[in-house]
Design a protein around this ligand. Structure first.
Ligand SMILES: Cc1ncc(COP(=O)(O)O)c(C=O)c1O
Length: 396
């Protein structure tokens, strides 16, 4: 059966993790993996999550199957969070939300839904985009294309070029957007630009698909849903894949959701049945622990308040790290301009280093990052930043 299978190269990030783990250098830094870290370099369990887990442990009465759509309270709380509790799509029952095992499964179910609805549909993603986007959609049989997005010289958004490219898209095309904290480049449209992009979607008739994996980590939980809300206000159909891995720090619990906005309540009900048939033959039923915890948090005023404080804390720490790193690089005498670090948002930025410089960081300094020189800013702390800046100066 398997004699013709050859090993595939490891995912660059996963390969990096094992090399990092095996490195005995006490000064080593892992800038590759995309998880939030605190000042001590660990990824803590949020206090709001701990409190909700205690409640869940005391009150959960069964571990029987959940049903294909998952935890109903989680789905409705996520729908409120994404679209706003008073939104028309909710009152008109035009949106169906299902819980998925992480944002990745939400995207994968979306890919199969698109393929079922319109197999010839193409998906346009920003250049660059999260590497997994480039794998998920083709693996469902969809053609993948890109639109200009990031100016690697100026480290900023290619807004005019992006708009020009999207003007060519129309009905039957899917255009994928990162709602906030773009992975990998850290650059997002500003609110006026989102207004223009969403108006263009309505005018041209393409279907926006929003990947929102870092809600709360750019400007705020409510603010970061702007793209979702603008597209939903203006377009009859919108696809939203959300992840709770980062903003609830529940990475390993695999919590996410897929929301499909349809032109009518009847169509939303039809789509829900198609999604259920797609997930049934894939993972059958979603897991319960993570979404049940988030259901408890989002239905408790006190725990929601605590969670918001914690998300805001993560965001503030990332933004402070961005500023401190940029300041330290300037103070070190490095002449190249790294002030973009401060202007960009979220966990990721491209440092703009060559593959050779990335390799030197690894072999000479035990500083690990992927060849594209995308770094996770949240991996820095007071204890490792000076060492990093010294290494950066050396390889530059
Ligand atoms: C842009 C983007 N989308 C989606 C995800 C999915 O995350 P998860 O499947 O862990 O919830 C990630 C995770 O890194 C991401 O960066």
């Amino acid at each position: 059966m398997f004699e013709h299978l050859n090993a595939v190269p490891p995912d660059p990030i996963l390969g990096l993790i094992s090399a990092y783990n095996e490195d005995p250098n006490p000064s080593k830094i892992d800038l590759g993996i995309g998880v939030y870290r605190d000042d001590s370099g660990t990824t803590p369990i949020l206090r709001s999550v701990r409190e909700a887990e205690k409640i869940l442990l005391d009150t959960q009465t069964t571990k029987t199957y959940l049903g294909p759509a998952g935890v109903a309270g989680f789905n409705s709380a996520m729908t409120d969070l994404l679209f706003g509790p008073a939104s028309d799509v909710i009152s008109q029952k035009r949106v169906c939300t299902i819980q998925t095992p992480g944002g990745t499964a939400g995207l994968s179910v979306a890919a199969h839904l698109i393929q079922t609805a319109r197999p010839e549909a193409g998906v346009w993603a920003s250049d660059p985009t999260w590497a997994n986007h480039l794998a998920i959609f083709p693996s469902a049989g969809l053609e993948m294309h890109s639109y200009p997005y990031f100016d690697s010289e100026k480290k900023s958004l290619l807004f005019a070029e992006m708009m020009q490219a999207l003007e060519q898209r129309g009905p039957g095309d899917i255009v994928l957007f990162h709602a906030c904290c773009h992975n990998p480049c850290g650059v997002s449209p500003n609110p006026e630009q989102w207004e223009a992009v969403s108006s263009l979607a309505a005018e041209r008739g393409f279907t926006p698909m929003v990947d929102i994996a870092y809600m709360g980590l750019e400007r705020g939980v409510e603010e970061d849903s702007l793209a979702v809300r603008l597209f939903t206000d203006k377009c009859p159909e919108v696809i939203v894949a959300s992840s709770c891995s980062k903003n609830f720090a529940m990475y390993r619990e695999r919590v996410g959701a897929l929301s499909i906005v349809c032109a009518s309540e009847r169509k939303a009900n039809d789509v829900a049945t198609v999604i259920n048939s797609l997930t049934r033959k894939n993972y059958s039923m979603p897991p319960s622990h993570g979404p049940a915890v988030i259901d408890i948090i989002l239905h408790s005023e006190e725990l929601t308040g605590l969670w918001l404080q914690e998300v805001n804390g993560m965001r503030d720490r990332i933004n402070n790290l961005r500023k401190t790193l940029s300041d330290k690089i300037t103070a070190s005498g490095i002449s190249r301009d790294f002030s973009f670090l401060e202007r960009q948002t979220g966990m990721f930025s491209f440092l703009g280093l060559s593959v050779e410089q990335v390799q030197r960081l690894k072999t000479e300094y035990s500083i690990y990052t992927v060849n594209s020189a995308r770094v996770n800013v949240a991996s820095f702390n007071e204890g490792n930043m000076d060492y990093f800046v010294e290494a950066l100066a050396a390889v530059l």
